[in-house]
Write a protein that binds this ligand. Structure first.
Ligand code: PGA
Length: 257
């Protein structure tokens, strides 16, 4: 059984002071979500401050993106090695990066490899657009994205891997997927692909649902056996609402979800 994971993707929100305050707020509530791996993913400029704010607590830190090269003339980019000692995870292939910044499956794969080789746990995001869902292509798109992201990565290297299913139409819209839709894709296309790539090792990979998760719907998602937590955007910008989600995810999984 994979760990229960609730990760907050702050996206391009919070100043340095706001990030510090939000991280301190989460830290103060961390005891309320025992057994849940809570990960904060602030903007890169605030990573070190957030690390300091949560140090000594069980709360973990993740970046929102990396570049795949180790160093060099790549103005504005952040190399995986620069995150050493600052965070343990990195979100890779978020749909906003794919859609707004043209990130391809090939680049996602390079970034996943770079993260793993620098000891960062990749939180790999996959998700279909509304057009793809309406055209009946959701499962095919998702398994293709998972396969492409993990191309050339062996089972021995997936110990820190997390996969997040975030349907594009559910992100930031207030229209979460139904738990049944999420369960169908996660227990179907995603799990089948991971099983075909990694056999029994795939059973340890946490699968997160993302897209308009809040304290009111997390219980229904976490009640699905193939959903091990959530990647939370909007509702992660307030410590109380975020930690309500973490607490409820933990309670639901402990109750056998
Ligand atoms: P949302 O974002 O919770 O605001 O829908 C989720 C995400 O993009 O990770």
């Amino acid at each position: 059984m994979p760990a229960t994971v609730v990760a907050g993707n702050w996206k391009m929100n919070t100043t340095l002071d706001e990030a510090r305050a939000l991280a301190e707020g989460v830290r103060a509530l961390a005891q309320g979500a025992p057994g849940v791996e809570v990960i904060l993913c602030p903007p890169a400029i605030s990573l070190a401050a957030v690390r300091d704010a949560v140090s000594g607590s069980p709360v973990k830190v993740g970046a929102q993106n990396i570049y795949h090269e180790d160093s060099g003339a790549f103005t504005g980019e952040i190399a995986p090695a620069m995150l050493g000692g600052i965070c343990e995870y990195v979100i890779i292939g978020h749909s906003e990066r794919r859609q707004l910044f043209g990130e391809t499956d090939g680049q996602v794969n390079l970034k996943v490899k770079a993260a793993i080789s620098h000891g960062l746990g990749p939180i790999v995001c996959v998700g279909e657009t509304l057009e793809q869902r309406v055209a009946g292509q959701a499962a095919e798109v998702i398994s293709g994205q998972v396969r492409a992201a993990l191309d050339g990565i062996d089972a021995v290297n997936i110990s820190g891997l997390i996969v997040a299913y975030e349907p594009v139409w559910a992100i930031g819209t207030g229209q979460a997927a139904t738990p049944e839709i999420a369960g169908e894709i996660m227990g179907g296309a995603i799990l089948d692909t991971l099983q075909s790539l990694y056999g029994s090792s795939s059973a340890e990979v946490p699968l997160l649902y993302g897209g308009s998760v809040n304290a009111g719907n997390i219980g229904d998602f976490a009640a699905q056996s193939c959903i091990h937590g959530a990647l939370v955007g909007g509702a992660s910008l307030q410590a109380e609402s975020f930690m309500d989600i973490a607490r409820m995810a933990g309670e639901t999984k402990r109750a056998g979800g």
